[in-house]
Design a protein around this ligand. Structure first.
Ligand SMILES: *Cc1c(COP(=O)(O)O)cnc(C)c1O
Length: 356
């Protein structure tokens, strides 16, 4: 019995595309590549040869970063691609469903829609600071619930879901559903990853990304951490040669000790700045609520969303506004920027109406 027994049959049956790796001692006339790289130094880092068929070097570097065995990790083009692969692997179109806990990251339902998987919702409790309503979640699940997405710290609310509750729920779905814990912001939370629990729970899947704390959103690189059977399943679904050579090189360089230390210093700075920003925002008349955040953003509710919008626009500052969103009326998600950027936001919101 493996959690992969509930995956789509045609995906379980896939035979991964294979090709012999090039032997660099040979003259390689087998792949229709250009024989030489004809461009100048501006294109350094690019290659006339294909990248690795499967991204083994990234797999081991990311496994090292996220402290897990290589066989339990699969590199993806941003954790968004991980969401897509998991939904496609487990959800039969027009038959299976996923459950999401709004307000949360939109990509879960976007990719479910692409796969024609039904999206069910078990909203977080607005009255209880966006805590999970486990009973409501359980009530949404049926025999066709294949994937449940938990996001901790949650985007856009910034709160954590207690690990013990996640694990208890994961056990209750053993053999029935994959429970995905999206840890895109875990580095800012002061908490450790749930990845160490994968050994005990074959239906637990963790998503990590280099887009936020590791400052590499442009590289499109993340990872799926899971039981090795799940990793095999989604690796068979990944496009051959998916990850380009420049991205692999860049990520391997970024993960070298000195660069990693610089990224970790920035994480510390952002956490300190998040506290300062939250305190300053709480003092503003323009804001009537600031939620506690464990991520690199802060959720606030404006006294008047329209007035705040105009003041910010006049000052040339953009935040993620939620307009009439049913759970987040008059709310906005503010990314923690540099101290100077945050001061510009604070000054804009402190100014009298009309920016005078
Ligand atoms: C930003 C974010 C991601 C990361 O997406 P990438 O595709 O890795 O850039 C994943 N999940 C959540 C909740 C996010 O906010």
């Amino acid at each position: 019995m493996s959690i992969c027994d509930i995956a789509r049959g045609e995906i379980r049956a896939l035979v991964p595309y294979d090709a012999d790796p090039p032997d660099l001692n040979f003259v390689n006339l087998n792949a229709n590549e250009a024989p030489e790289f004809p461009y100048d130094a501006q294109l350094a880092g690019m290659e006339n040869r294909y990248p690795e068929l499967r991204p083994r070097s990234l797999q081991s570097a990311l496994a090292d970063l996220f402290d897990i065995d290589s066989k339990n990790l699969w590199p993806v083009r941003g954790s968004s691609e991980g969401i897509d692969l998991l939904i496609r692997a487990f959800c039969r179109a027009y038959r299976d469903n996923i459950v999401v806990l709004p307000p949360t990251f939109d990509m879960y339902s976007s990719y479910a829609n692409m796969q024609a998987a039904e999206v069910r919702t078990a909203p977080l409790s607005v009255e209880r600071d966006f805590a999970v309503d486990w009973q409501a979640l359980e009530d949404q699940c049926d025999e066709n619930t294949r994937v449940i997405f938990l996001c901790s710290p949650n985007n856009p609310t910034g709160n954590l879901i207690p690990k013990s509750e996640i694990l208890e729920f994961t056990r209750s779905r053993a053999g029935k559903s994959v429970v995905v814990v999206d840890e895109a912001y875990v580095e800012f939370s002061g908490r450790t990853s749930l990845a160490s629990e994968i050994d005990q729970h074959d239906n637990l899947v963790i998503l990590r990304t280099l887009s936020k704390a590791y400052a590499l959103a442009g590289a499109r690189c993340g990872a799926v951490l899971a039981d090795d059977a799940v990793i095999k399943l989604i690796s068979a679904l990944t496009s051959p040669y998916a990850i380009s050579t420049p991205v692999t090189r860049l990520v391997l360089t970024a993960l070298q000790d000195s660069n990693r230390a610089a990224a970790e210093r920035q994480i510390t700075d952002i956490v300190v700045e998040r506290q300062r920003l939250s305190t300053r925002l709480e003092q503003l008349d323009a804001i009537d609520r600031v939620w506690r955040s464990f991520a690199n953003f802060v959720l606030v509710r404006f006294a008047s969303a329209a007035v705040a919008h105009d003041k910010l626009a006049a000052a040339g500052v953009t935040v993620r506004e939620f307009g009439n969103n049913e759970w987040l009326r008059n709310c906005a998600r503010i990314t923690v920027g540099t101290a100077a950027e945050n001061n510009r936001l604070i000054d804009a919101l402190s100014s009298a109406k009309g920016g005078l």
